[in-house]
Design a protein around this ligand. Structure first.
Ligand code: ATP
Length: 355
Protein backbone atom coordinates (compact mmCIF):
# COMPACT_ATOMS: atom_id res chain seq x y z
CA UNK A 1 0.00 0.00 0.00
CA UNK A 2 1.27 3.48 -0.88
CA UNK A 3 2.39 5.66 2.02
CA UNK A 4 1.70 8.77 -0.03
CA UNK A 5 -0.88 10.99 1.61
CA UNK A 6 -3.98 11.33 -0.52
CA UNK A 7 -5.45 14.82 -0.54
CA UNK A 8 -8.83 15.80 -1.98
CA UNK A 9 -8.84 19.38 -3.25
CA UNK A 10 -12.10 21.33 -3.63
CA UNK A 11 -11.44 24.99 -4.54
CA UNK A 12 -15.19 25.86 -4.71
CA UNK A 13 -16.27 29.37 -5.63
CA UNK A 14 -14.99 32.93 -5.88
CA UNK A 15 -11.60 33.52 -4.34
CA UNK A 16 -11.47 29.85 -3.32
CA UNK A 17 -10.53 29.19 -6.97
CA UNK A 18 -7.68 31.69 -6.70
CA UNK A 19 -6.21 30.95 -3.27
CA UNK A 20 -6.28 27.13 -3.40
CA UNK A 21 -3.94 26.95 -6.43
CA UNK A 22 -1.46 29.06 -4.40
CA UNK A 23 -1.71 26.66 -1.46
CA UNK A 24 -1.15 23.73 -3.84
CA UNK A 25 1.88 25.41 -5.35
CA UNK A 26 3.35 25.87 -1.89
CA UNK A 27 2.57 22.26 -0.97
CA UNK A 28 4.38 21.13 -4.13
CA UNK A 29 7.36 23.33 -3.22
CA UNK A 30 7.82 21.43 0.05
CA UNK A 31 8.87 18.41 -2.00
CA UNK A 32 6.39 16.15 -0.21
CA UNK A 33 5.05 13.56 -2.58
CA UNK A 34 1.31 14.07 -2.12
CA UNK A 35 -1.33 12.44 -4.26
CA UNK A 36 -3.87 15.17 -4.99
CA UNK A 37 -7.26 14.78 -6.65
CA UNK A 38 -9.28 17.84 -7.55
CA UNK A 39 -13.09 18.01 -7.42
CA UNK A 40 -15.29 20.60 -9.12
CA UNK A 41 -18.01 20.80 -6.45
CA UNK A 42 -19.05 24.46 -6.72
CA UNK A 43 -21.68 26.91 -7.88
CA UNK A 44 -20.53 26.40 -11.50
CA UNK A 45 -21.10 22.67 -11.25
CA UNK A 46 -24.46 23.14 -9.52
CA UNK A 47 -25.62 25.61 -12.18
CA UNK A 48 -24.44 23.26 -14.95
CA UNK A 49 -26.01 19.98 -13.81
CA UNK A 50 -27.82 20.58 -10.51
CA UNK A 51 -25.35 18.47 -8.53
CA UNK A 52 -24.02 19.81 -5.24
CA UNK A 53 -22.49 16.65 -3.78
CA UNK A 54 -22.42 13.57 -6.05
CA UNK A 55 -24.06 10.43 -4.63
CA UNK A 56 -21.88 8.90 -1.90
CA UNK A 57 -19.52 11.88 -2.21
CA UNK A 58 -18.82 12.13 1.52
CA UNK A 59 -18.39 8.36 1.88
CA UNK A 60 -15.88 8.47 -0.96
CA UNK A 61 -13.93 11.35 0.67
CA UNK A 62 -13.82 9.53 3.97
CA UNK A 63 -12.76 6.25 2.41
CA UNK A 64 -10.29 7.35 -0.25
CA UNK A 65 -8.46 10.36 1.27
CA UNK A 66 -6.27 11.25 4.24
CA UNK A 67 -7.35 14.90 4.25
CA UNK A 68 -9.45 17.40 2.33
CA UNK A 69 -8.38 20.93 1.41
CA UNK A 70 -11.19 23.24 0.41
CA UNK A 71 -11.44 26.88 -0.67
CA UNK A 72 -14.75 28.63 -0.16
CA UNK A 73 -18.37 28.37 -1.22
CA UNK A 74 -20.91 31.06 -2.04
CA UNK A 75 -21.92 32.65 -5.33
CA UNK A 76 -24.37 35.47 -6.00
CA UNK A 77 -25.93 33.41 -8.81
CA UNK A 78 -27.11 30.79 -6.30
CA UNK A 79 -29.36 32.93 -4.17
CA UNK A 80 -30.44 30.10 -1.87
CA UNK A 81 -26.79 29.19 -1.22
CA UNK A 82 -27.98 25.58 -1.37
CA UNK A 83 -24.73 24.27 -2.85
CA UNK A 84 -22.68 25.89 -0.08
CA UNK A 85 -24.96 24.42 2.57
CA UNK A 86 -24.93 20.96 1.06
CA UNK A 87 -21.19 20.87 0.40
CA UNK A 88 -19.69 22.70 3.38
CA UNK A 89 -22.23 22.15 6.14
CA UNK A 90 -22.94 18.71 4.64
CA UNK A 91 -19.28 17.77 4.94
CA UNK A 92 -19.00 19.02 8.51
CA UNK A 93 -22.24 17.35 9.63
CA UNK A 94 -22.24 14.11 7.63
CA UNK A 95 -18.53 13.39 8.07
CA UNK A 96 -19.05 14.33 11.72
CA UNK A 97 -16.12 16.77 11.77
CA UNK A 98 -17.03 17.97 15.22
CA UNK A 99 -14.10 20.16 16.20
CA UNK A 100 -13.46 23.28 14.17
CA UNK A 101 -9.97 24.33 15.19
CA UNK A 102 -9.09 27.94 14.42
CA UNK A 103 -5.64 29.10 15.54
CA UNK A 104 -5.40 32.85 16.08
CA UNK A 105 -1.80 33.93 15.77
CA UNK A 106 -0.38 37.34 15.00
CA UNK A 107 2.61 36.84 12.70
CA UNK A 108 3.80 40.44 12.63
CA UNK A 109 3.06 43.49 14.76
CA UNK A 110 2.18 45.54 11.66
CA UNK A 111 -0.90 43.37 11.03
CA UNK A 112 -2.68 43.99 14.34
CA UNK A 113 -5.08 46.92 14.60
CA UNK A 114 -4.52 47.14 18.37
CA UNK A 115 -1.91 49.50 19.79
CA UNK A 116 1.27 47.98 21.27
CA UNK A 117 0.33 44.37 20.64
CA UNK A 118 3.20 42.04 19.70
CA UNK A 119 3.05 38.61 18.02
CA UNK A 120 3.57 36.89 21.40
CA UNK A 121 0.40 38.61 22.68
CA UNK A 122 -1.95 37.00 20.13
CA UNK A 123 -1.43 33.25 20.17
CA UNK A 124 -4.58 31.40 21.09
CA UNK A 125 -6.88 28.87 19.48
CA UNK A 126 -10.65 28.77 19.19
CA UNK A 127 -12.29 25.35 19.14
CA UNK A 128 -15.76 25.70 17.72
CA UNK A 129 -18.38 22.97 17.98
CA UNK A 130 -19.06 22.14 14.36
CA UNK A 131 -21.98 19.72 14.06
CA UNK A 132 -24.81 21.08 16.18
CA UNK A 133 -26.19 24.37 17.47
CA UNK A 134 -28.37 26.60 15.33
CA UNK A 135 -26.71 25.46 12.11
CA UNK A 136 -28.50 22.10 12.09
CA UNK A 137 -31.32 23.68 10.06
CA UNK A 138 -34.00 22.45 12.45
CA UNK A 139 -37.07 24.63 12.71
CA UNK A 140 -39.43 26.19 10.25
CA UNK A 141 -41.50 29.11 9.19
CA UNK A 142 -45.19 29.38 9.93
CA UNK A 143 -47.57 31.76 8.13
CA UNK A 144 -44.74 32.85 5.85
CA UNK A 145 -45.12 36.24 4.25
CA UNK A 146 -47.98 37.32 6.49
CA UNK A 147 -48.01 39.81 9.34
CA UNK A 148 -48.27 36.81 11.70
CA UNK A 149 -45.15 35.06 10.39
CA UNK A 150 -43.26 32.93 12.90
CA UNK A 151 -39.67 31.75 12.27
CA UNK A 152 -38.14 29.11 14.54
CA UNK A 153 -34.47 28.11 14.44
CA UNK A 154 -33.71 25.45 17.00
CA UNK A 155 -30.43 25.35 18.91
CA UNK A 156 -29.38 21.71 19.24
CA UNK A 157 -27.01 20.83 22.06
CA UNK A 158 -26.56 17.14 22.79
CA UNK A 159 -24.73 15.72 25.77
CA UNK A 160 -22.51 13.73 23.37
CA UNK A 161 -21.78 16.71 21.15
CA UNK A 162 -20.95 19.09 23.97
CA UNK A 163 -18.87 16.54 25.83
CA UNK A 164 -16.71 15.52 22.88
CA UNK A 165 -15.84 19.05 21.81
CA UNK A 166 -15.00 20.13 25.36
CA UNK A 167 -12.85 17.04 25.81
CA UNK A 168 -11.17 17.80 22.49
CA UNK A 169 -10.31 21.29 23.81
CA UNK A 170 -8.65 19.88 26.94
CA UNK A 171 -6.77 17.27 24.90
CA UNK A 172 -5.67 19.99 22.46
CA UNK A 173 -4.45 22.11 25.35
CA UNK A 174 -2.50 19.21 26.77
CA UNK A 175 -0.85 18.30 23.45
CA UNK A 176 -0.06 21.67 21.92
CA UNK A 177 2.36 24.42 22.77
CA UNK A 178 2.26 28.10 21.91
CA UNK A 179 4.39 29.11 18.95
CA UNK A 180 7.28 30.02 21.26
CA UNK A 181 7.29 26.44 22.60
CA UNK A 182 5.72 27.17 26.01
CA UNK A 183 2.98 24.76 27.03
CA UNK A 184 -0.66 25.70 26.74
CA UNK A 185 -2.26 25.75 30.18
CA UNK A 186 -5.80 27.11 30.13
CA UNK A 187 -9.15 26.25 28.56
CA UNK A 188 -11.88 28.86 28.60
CA UNK A 189 -15.46 27.85 27.80
CA UNK A 190 -17.68 30.62 26.49
CA UNK A 191 -21.48 30.58 26.40
CA UNK A 192 -24.50 32.70 27.14
CA UNK A 193 -25.78 30.59 30.01
CA UNK A 194 -27.10 33.63 31.90
CA UNK A 195 -29.75 34.08 29.19
CA UNK A 196 -29.89 30.70 27.41
CA UNK A 197 -30.21 28.64 30.54
CA UNK A 198 -31.15 25.25 29.05
CA UNK A 199 -28.33 24.89 26.52
CA UNK A 200 -25.93 26.94 28.63
CA UNK A 201 -26.70 24.80 31.66
CA UNK A 202 -25.65 21.67 29.76
CA UNK A 203 -22.40 23.32 28.61
CA UNK A 204 -21.70 24.48 32.18
CA UNK A 205 -22.27 21.07 33.75
CA UNK A 206 -20.29 19.17 31.14
CA UNK A 207 -17.43 21.68 31.26
CA UNK A 208 -17.09 21.36 35.04
CA UNK A 209 -17.18 17.58 34.80
CA UNK A 210 -14.54 17.29 32.05
CA UNK A 211 -12.34 19.99 33.65
CA UNK A 212 -12.18 17.75 36.73
CA UNK A 213 -10.39 15.11 34.65
CA UNK A 214 -7.63 17.61 33.72
CA UNK A 215 -6.53 19.14 37.05
CA UNK A 216 -3.27 20.39 35.51
CA UNK A 217 -5.22 22.63 33.09
CA UNK A 218 -6.87 25.80 34.40
CA UNK A 219 -10.57 25.86 33.48
CA UNK A 220 -12.13 29.29 32.97
CA UNK A 221 -15.46 30.68 31.82
CA UNK A 222 -16.60 33.88 30.16
CA UNK A 223 -19.96 34.92 28.75
CA UNK A 224 -19.62 35.39 25.01
CA UNK A 225 -20.49 39.09 25.06
CA UNK A 226 -17.77 39.73 27.64
CA UNK A 227 -15.39 37.56 25.59
CA UNK A 228 -15.88 39.79 22.52
CA UNK A 229 -14.95 42.82 24.57
CA UNK A 230 -11.95 41.15 26.21
CA UNK A 231 -10.62 39.83 22.89
CA UNK A 232 -10.25 43.40 21.73
CA UNK A 233 -9.24 44.87 25.10
CA UNK A 234 -6.48 42.37 25.89
CA UNK A 235 -5.96 39.28 23.69
CA UNK A 236 -2.97 38.24 25.84
CA UNK A 237 -5.26 36.55 28.37
CA UNK A 238 -6.44 33.77 26.01
CA UNK A 239 -5.03 30.31 25.42
CA UNK A 240 -7.63 27.71 24.31
CA UNK A 241 -11.25 28.82 23.90
CA UNK A 242 -14.08 26.32 23.37
CA UNK A 243 -17.57 27.39 22.38
CA UNK A 244 -20.63 26.47 20.37
CA UNK A 245 -21.11 26.62 16.61
CA UNK A 246 -22.55 30.11 16.25
CA UNK A 247 -20.46 31.86 18.89
CA UNK A 248 -17.37 30.22 17.41
CA UNK A 249 -18.29 31.47 13.95
CA UNK A 250 -18.67 35.03 15.20
CA UNK A 251 -15.70 35.28 17.53
CA UNK A 252 -13.30 33.81 14.96
CA UNK A 253 -14.12 36.57 12.47
CA UNK A 254 -13.45 39.03 15.29
CA UNK A 255 -10.26 37.18 16.15
CA UNK A 256 -9.20 37.20 12.48
CA UNK A 257 -9.20 40.97 12.80
CA UNK A 258 -6.49 40.65 15.45
CA UNK A 259 -4.24 38.70 13.10
CA UNK A 260 -4.51 40.90 10.02
CA UNK A 261 -7.97 40.21 8.63
CA UNK A 262 -9.93 37.34 7.16
CA UNK A 263 -7.25 36.71 4.56
CA UNK A 264 -4.88 35.47 7.29
CA UNK A 265 -6.98 32.93 9.17
CA UNK A 266 -6.69 29.14 8.84
CA UNK A 267 -8.89 26.35 10.14
CA UNK A 268 -9.26 22.62 10.42
CA UNK A 269 -12.49 20.62 10.72
CA UNK A 270 -11.45 17.60 12.69
CA UNK A 271 -12.73 14.26 13.85
CA UNK A 272 -9.78 12.51 15.46
CA UNK A 273 -8.90 9.32 13.61
CA UNK A 274 -11.04 10.15 10.58
CA UNK A 275 -10.44 12.07 7.35
CA UNK A 276 -10.49 15.73 8.33
CA UNK A 277 -11.06 18.87 6.25
CA UNK A 278 -9.04 22.06 6.15
CA UNK A 279 -10.27 25.46 4.91
CA UNK A 280 -9.35 29.11 5.19
CA UNK A 281 -11.75 30.97 7.53
CA UNK A 282 -12.74 33.47 4.84
CA UNK A 283 -15.62 32.93 2.44
CA UNK A 284 -15.76 33.25 -1.34
CA UNK A 285 -15.63 37.10 -1.15
CA UNK A 286 -17.54 37.79 -4.41
CA UNK A 287 -16.65 41.53 -4.49
CA UNK A 288 -12.93 40.77 -4.86
CA UNK A 289 -13.14 37.48 -6.79
CA UNK A 290 -11.45 37.15 -10.19
CA UNK A 291 -9.22 40.19 -9.67
CA UNK A 292 -6.02 38.47 -8.45
CA UNK A 293 -6.14 40.54 -5.25
CA UNK A 294 -7.28 37.98 -2.64
CA UNK A 295 -4.77 37.26 0.09
CA UNK A 296 -3.67 33.61 -0.27
CA UNK A 297 -2.02 33.38 3.18
CA UNK A 298 -5.15 31.99 4.90
CA UNK A 299 -5.24 29.15 2.37
CA UNK A 300 -1.46 28.63 2.50
CA UNK A 301 -1.46 28.54 6.32
CA UNK A 302 -4.41 26.14 6.13
CA UNK A 303 -2.33 23.83 3.94
CA UNK A 304 0.43 24.05 6.57
CA UNK A 305 -2.09 23.17 9.28
CA UNK A 306 -3.14 20.15 7.23
CA UNK A 307 0.47 18.97 6.96
CA UNK A 308 0.86 19.40 10.73
CA UNK A 309 -2.26 17.29 11.25
CA UNK A 310 -0.80 14.60 8.98
CA UNK A 311 2.36 14.55 11.11
CA UNK A 312 4.62 16.60 8.80
CA UNK A 313 5.45 19.23 11.38
CA UNK A 314 8.76 20.42 9.93
CA UNK A 315 7.27 21.13 6.52
CA UNK A 316 4.35 22.90 8.17
CA UNK A 317 6.76 25.09 10.14
CA UNK A 318 8.69 25.89 6.97
CA UNK A 319 5.53 27.14 5.23
CA UNK A 320 4.68 29.29 8.26
CA UNK A 321 8.20 30.71 8.25
CA UNK A 322 7.86 31.54 4.54
CA UNK A 323 4.60 33.44 5.14
CA UNK A 324 6.21 35.31 8.01
CA UNK A 325 9.15 36.24 5.79
CA UNK A 326 6.82 37.41 3.01
CA UNK A 327 5.07 39.69 5.50
CA UNK A 328 8.38 41.05 6.80
CA UNK A 329 9.56 41.78 3.27
CA UNK A 330 6.13 43.17 2.29
CA UNK A 331 5.73 40.55 -0.43
CA UNK A 332 1.98 40.51 0.11
CA UNK A 333 -1.35 41.41 -1.38
CA UNK A 334 -2.74 44.89 -0.89
CA UNK A 335 -4.93 44.08 2.14
CA UNK A 336 -1.63 43.68 4.05
CA UNK A 337 -0.04 46.75 2.51
CA UNK A 338 1.92 44.99 -0.26
CA UNK A 339 1.72 45.40 -4.02
CA UNK A 340 1.67 41.78 -5.22
CA UNK A 341 -1.23 39.88 -6.70
CA UNK A 342 -2.63 36.62 -5.34
CA UNK A 343 -0.61 34.54 -7.77
CA UNK A 344 2.62 36.50 -7.34
CA UNK A 345 2.34 36.21 -3.54
CA UNK A 346 1.85 32.46 -3.92
CA UNK A 347 4.90 32.29 -6.23
CA UNK A 348 7.05 34.18 -3.72
CA UNK A 349 6.10 31.89 -0.84
CA UNK A 350 6.55 28.75 -2.97
CA UNK A 351 10.01 29.91 -4.08
CA UNK A 352 11.03 30.59 -0.47
CA UNK A 353 9.79 27.16 0.63
CA UNK A 354 11.61 25.45 -2.27
CA UNK A 355 14.96 27.08 -1.36
P1 ATP B 1 -18.81 33.46 4.60
O1 ATP B 1 -20.11 33.77 5.25
O2 ATP B 1 -18.89 32.53 3.45
O3 ATP B 1 -17.71 33.13 5.57
P2 ATP B 1 -18.46 36.28 4.47
O4 ATP B 1 -19.68 36.89 3.87
O5 ATP B 1 -18.28 36.32 5.94
O6 ATP B 1 -18.30 34.82 3.91
P3 ATP B 1 -16.04 36.69 3.05
O7 ATP B 1 -16.45 36.12 1.75
O8 ATP B 1 -15.12 35.89 3.84
O9 ATP B 1 -17.29 37.07 3.88
O10 ATP B 1 -15.37 38.11 2.83
C1 ATP B 1 -15.84 39.33 3.35
C2 ATP B 1 -14.87 40.41 2.90
O11 ATP B 1 -13.62 40.23 3.57
C3 ATP B 1 -14.53 40.33 1.42
O12 ATP B 1 -15.45 40.98 0.62
C4 ATP B 1 -13.16 40.94 1.40
O13 ATP B 1 -13.24 42.33 1.39
C5 ATP B 1 -12.54 40.48 2.70
N1 ATP B 1 -11.78 39.23 2.51
C6 ATP B 1 -12.15 37.97 2.80
N2 ATP B 1 -11.20 37.09 2.46
C7 ATP B 1 -10.19 37.80 1.94
C8 ATP B 1 -8.91 37.46 1.41
N3 ATP B 1 -8.47 36.19 1.33
N4 ATP B 1 -8.13 38.47 0.95
C9 ATP B 1 -8.52 39.74 1.03
N5 ATP B 1 -9.72 40.12 1.52
C10 ATP B 1 -10.55 39.17 1.97
Amino acid sequence: MSLKKRIAIIPGDGIGQEVIPQAMKVLAATGIDLETTQFDWSADRYLADGVTVPPDGFTMLDRDFDAILIGAFGDPRVVTNIHAKEILLGMRFQMDLYANVRPVRLLDESLCPLKGIQPKDVDFVVIRENTEGVYGDVGGVFKKGTADEVAIQEDINTRKGVERVIRYAFEYCERHTKSDGTPRKRVLMSDKSNAMTHAGGLWQRVFKEIAGEYPQIKAEHMYVDALCMQLVRDPRQFDVIVTNNMFGDIITDLAAGLQGGLGMAASGNIHPGKTSMFEPVHGSAPPIAGKNIANPFGAILTAAMMLGHLGMLEKAAKIEAAVLEAIRQKRTTQDLGGALGTKETGDWVANWVAK
